[in-house]
Design a protein around this ligand. Sequence first.
Ligand SMILES: Cc1cc2nc3c(=O)[nH]c(=O)nc-3n(C[C@H](O)[C@H](O)[C@H](O)COP(=O)(O)OP(=O)(O)OC[C@H]3O[C@@H](n4cnc5c(N)ncnc54)[C@H](O)[C@@H]3O)c2cc1C
Ligand code: SF4
Length: 488
Amino acid sequence: MGKTTGFLEYERKNEPYKPVEERIQKYEEFTIPLDKSELKKQGARCMDCGIPFCHSGCPLGNLIPDFNDAVYRERWEEASQILHGTNNFPEFTGRLCPAPCEEACVLGINEDPVSIENIEKNIAEEAFKNGWIKANPPQKRTGKKVAVIGSGPAGLAAAQQLNRAGHLVTVYERDEKAGGLLRYGIPDFKMEKHVIDRRLAVLEEEGISFKCGVHVGKDVTADQLKLEYDAVVLSTGATVRRNLPIPGSDLKGIYQAMDFLPQNNRRVDGLQWEGEEIKATGKDVIVIGGGDTGSDCIGTSIRHGATSVKNFEIMSKGTPDRPENQPWPYWPMRLRTSSSHKEGAERFFSISTKKFVGDENGNLTGLVTTEVEWTHKPGERPNLSEVPGTEKEWKADMVLLALGFTGSEPTIAEQLGIKMDARTNIEASPEDYMTNVPGVFAAGDTRRGQSLIVWAISEGRQAAHYVDKYLMGKSDLPLKGDGDLPRV
Ligand SMILES: Cc1cc2nc3c(=O)[nH]c(=O)nc-3n(C[C@H](O)[C@H](O)[C@H](O)COP(=O)(O)OP(=O)(O)OC[C@H]3O[C@@H](n4cnc5c(N)ncnc54)[C@H](O)[C@@H]3O)c2cc1C
Ligand code: SF4
């Protein structure tokens, strides 16, 4: 522990944001980095607890007190080595992770928790700036070939780990560029895409081969890959979108969030897209769904120049504080307000959309909602009921459906005879990540359902260990909690 009294002396300081009027003019990141002397203080707030609950809060098991201490001592390169020992891509999680570690931080019981996520981002940025993140190809090759299907964070983490073990790894991606939802889901204002490109350059230099624009299941069958490679990792995400099958859902002006957001990311990147242009400029927009995807639709609509943006969420409004039944160190379901929410959206909770309304030309003009009430009885699932007499019509020229995902696309599973689970994700046990087909593994959202980047990286790393063990009989690739030897 660097400074024993750090947590008493220093308050948490978050990165400030550029003013709303300025940041909504662009799709760039808008945080203003803290200087190194302030980051040193933030690192000093860590109490190096005897039992660091933050470790278990982090799905990667990041060695948080260790890198906090190194930052306090201004040993940035050492901090980077510690961090990269458990996390392949801290520049992604340092920007985008909801930081369950901070909810589990002991200081968070009666003070603001240590700003772990921001420290992580700054360690990664410092490491790139100083050239400490270099290609580190394996010294020996095993002669084994592995195909990784899908280049989101799960696929990229699995690929890097398997390449480190000496296997020849090829990543197949149906989009024209690698990155998965990091590139085509998450808007540039949350993470600029050069952050992915600079990491991909390192992976390529390490010897990983990328085949983008190849749709496995169509351009090449999964069976062919199974024959050509010694093992296959499926990291294809959970991409089947949830619909809202209510009257009027075929009106013009209703779009899936995952048509709207990827198109905008392509536009920002100067790439082409298929289908009609979807823009919120000059429109009254209603975003249905209050999660991350809904929030990204809000920020994007505001940047398009929407006239108004409303956000409807069927769940009740949480409180900013931890609910009593979700005590520390658990992840609490509290009201979360994103930077996009603060850019001018109106939020409505406990509201359900009953029907869409349109004109004689089939264009959307509005929608009708009712208020809903949630009742919770111990031991039973929460029950939803409509509040009588609360029907209301709202004007809208554009509706964005951000209702989550129902599971994985079935094509590859069908081609390979892989079992799906009850939630239509690929069934593979977290004991070894292998599906019912020997040599075929699954990791990330396609296995656990739509989740988080930190979980995708964690799953990619875990799966890589078991793939290596399957190929070689044993594996030195670390599992979560192994206290890996740092490798940048
Ligand atoms: C809009 C949005 C915002 C989000 N924001 C956050 C956030 O702020 N923080 C956070 O932690 N999480 C966020 N998430 C969740 C996070 O992005 C995912 O949990 C994570 O990307 C999952 O990683 P993955 O590698 O499993 O899958 P994905 O990132 O979905 O990658 C799967 C890849 O597989 C490819 N693929 C699929 N099928 C095939 C095929 N047949 N052949 C070839 N390639 C194929 C896809 O094109 C894709 O590139 C967000 C999700 C969305 C949709
Ligand atoms: S990856 Fe997420 S949970 Fe893990 S230490 Fe970083 S911010 Fe915390």
